[in-house]
Design a protein around this ligand. Structure first.
Ligand code: CFM
Ligand code: HCA
Length: 527
């Protein structure tokens, strides 16, 4: 029996039928189809979050100059404020409200008699105390259930206080995961914020989309981009602001780091303003180099191309000795990696370049295109045909590199075709790796026992369970308060943290107390 069957055979037939579509072992050369973005079965300890987490917690959460009022119970408010690592700096022109958790703190009486009055009062209070240029309101589950009209309240407040007030109906129960919330946030920002500024366009300007500045990643990426000579119009949304985002429509190009959470804005900007977008990956040396070269190829200016190569050479040299050392310490190690959407495939490349093979992987809420990648290939390259067919490619690394080459960008430009690019898990993962979609506690523990990776990357929900079982863990959502991990310098930080984790014997020396004595019976006996 292979390890997949050993784990899934423990389920009832109903569960087995569902989960077998979400758990596959990669076969090179096969189509490797996996079911994704479907409802989790009640009772399964899924790692997923909710729609509200995706909208308020993830996409709008990092906007520093916005007072974000959560209309709902204090627990939901605190969760989406306190757990994600939103790093931001205010300056003399930009207010930073991220240290405050704004909530209507809904109580039973508000549920029974309606909460709109309380929301209006909260907005008034926020305006009087903080004088923000923009307020955003996010609903939690009860708001949808009792029917408070947050959009009407927002419209009224906008008029009354002459500021921007945007409401997001992102009740937690909507959709199947955080993913629905990303979409709602993207639509709201596009409709109400992007395009409302009046800044003049500048040369070589870009927006960095889907970069949330966890551990300072966004700052490190922007440092390198600015060194080359690009002007960053906005970052969506890490250390981002309402003030910058209003002018995002003026940029020449959109770079998309996390495609899963923000592809909607990239596509809407393309449709509405004709802005091209490129999928980038600033995690891992090869990804960064390819991404920087793609951007230079887009602008097609010899001076910029030369500067790109000079910056790459310089940045690479700075980390070279350290990378060789860490690589020697990580040789032949194996890893498991489970993150929400994009990070799983982003980090596989970095691990590969350090000699670490990923044998177990998956996502919480990815869609099929995050697994499979997608190449948008024009069927005919002749000038009269503008037909584009999107095709899903099976795992075939030779055909599969979805970042563009310089020639490819030129071809697409000449044919007047969009320059979109995609990448996904199948392109990077090793043959025979075990993949689980919408991963859950039971399967994670069972596969860990069977496959015994040297290190486990995921989030806070599983970290301590895994460490208690003797396997070192690093969080890839929060970076365990380390970072940045993006960019050249970030790759070195990551290599150091992984080396320390893998080569620290502490976790294998830990013996859980219940392994040597029956703790429950002991405690009851003493009562
Ligand atoms: Fe994109 Fe993210 Fe991710 Fe994501 Fe998230 Fe996150 Fe994540 Mo946590 S936006 S999909 S909804 S890269 S919060 S910064 S770490 S699950 S893999
Ligand atoms: C979320 C946010 C989260 C959770 C991280 C974790 C984040 O999904 O609501 O489980 O460790 O990155 O903060 O993904």
């Amino acid at each position: 029996m292979d390890s997949r069957d050993k784990v899934l055979d423990q389920y009832s037939s109903k569960l087995y039928k569902n989960r077998k579509e979400h758990v596959i072992q990669i076969e090179d050369g096969e189509s490797n189809v996996i079911a994704a973005d479907t409802r989790a079965i009640p009772g399964i300890m899924t790692n997923r979050g909710c729609c509200y987490a995706g909208c308020k917690g993830v996409v709008i959460g990092p906007l520093k100059d916005v007072v974000q009022i959560v209309h709902g119970p204090i627990g939901c408010s605190y969760y989406a404020w306190g757990t994600r690592r939103n790093k931001a700096k205010g300056d003399e022109n930009t207010k930073n409200f991220l240290e405050y958790c704004f909530s209507t703190d809904m109580q039973e009486t508000d549920i029974v008699f309606g909460g709109e009055k309380k929301l209006k009062k909260a907005i008034k209070e926020a305006v009087e105390i903080f004088d923000p240029a923009c307020i955003m309101i996010a609903s939690t589950c009860p708001v949808g259930l009792i029917g408070d009209d947050i959009h009407a309240v927002a419209a009224e407040a906008e008029e009354m206080y002459n500021i921007k007030v945007v409401a997001f109906s992102c009740e937690g129960y909507k959709g199947v995961s955080q993913s629905g919330g990303h979409h709602i946030a993207n639509n709201g920002l596009m409709k109400n914020v992007i395009g409302t500024g009046d800044a003049k366009p500048v040369k070589y300007s870009i927006n960095l989309l889907g970069e949330y500045n966890i551990g300072g990643d966004g700052w490190e990426i922007c440092r390198v981009l600015k060194r080359i000579g690009y002007n960053i119009v906005s970052v969506m949304t890490g250390d981002g602001s309402y003030a910058e985002m209003k002018n995002a429509h003026t940029a020449d190009l959109n770079l998309v780091q996390c495609h899963r959470s923000i592809n909607y804005i990239a596509e809407m900007l393309k449709t509405k303003y004709g802005t091209e977008w490129l999928k980038v990956n600033f995690i891992g040396i090869e990804g960064i180099k390819q991404s920087l070269r793609d951007v230079a190829a887009f602008f097609n200016d010899p001076a910029l191309t030369a500067k790109t190569e000079a910056v790459i050479a310089d940045e690479e040299e700075e980390i070279a000795i350290g990378m060789v050392y860490y690589k020697s310490m990580l040789k032949d190690k194996t890893a498991a990696i489970y993150v929400g959407g994009s990070r799983t495939h982003h980090y596989i490349n970095l691990l590969k370049s350090l000699g670490v093979e990923v044998i177990l992987a998956g996502y919480e809420f990815a869609h099929r295109d995050d697994y499979e990648g997608r190449q948008v290939l024009p069927l005919k390259m002749d000038a009269d045909s503008k037909n584009i067919e999107s095709i899903t490619v099976v795992k075939d690394p030779a055909k599969y590199r979805t970042f563009h080459t310089e020639e490819r960008i030129k071809e697409l430009k000449e044919a007047g075709l969009p320059i979109e690019s995609y990448d996904g898990l199948w392109a990077d993962i090793a043959d025979k790796a075990m993949i689980t979609d919408d991963y859950n506690q039971f399967e994670t523990e069972a596969f860990l026992k069977l496959l015994k990776p040297d290190i486990f990357f995921s989030g806070i929900k599983d970290k301590y369970i895994v460490q208690r079982s003797g396997v070192p863990s690093r969080q890839l959502h929060s970076y365990d308060y380390s970072g940045p991990y993006a960019g050249f310098k970030g790759a070195l930080n990551f290599a150091r943290d992984v080396t320390l984790a893998v080569n620290t014997p502490a976790f294998s020396l830990v013996q859980a107390p219940w392994k040597s004595e029956p703790t429950l019976i002991g405690n009851l006996g003493g009562m």
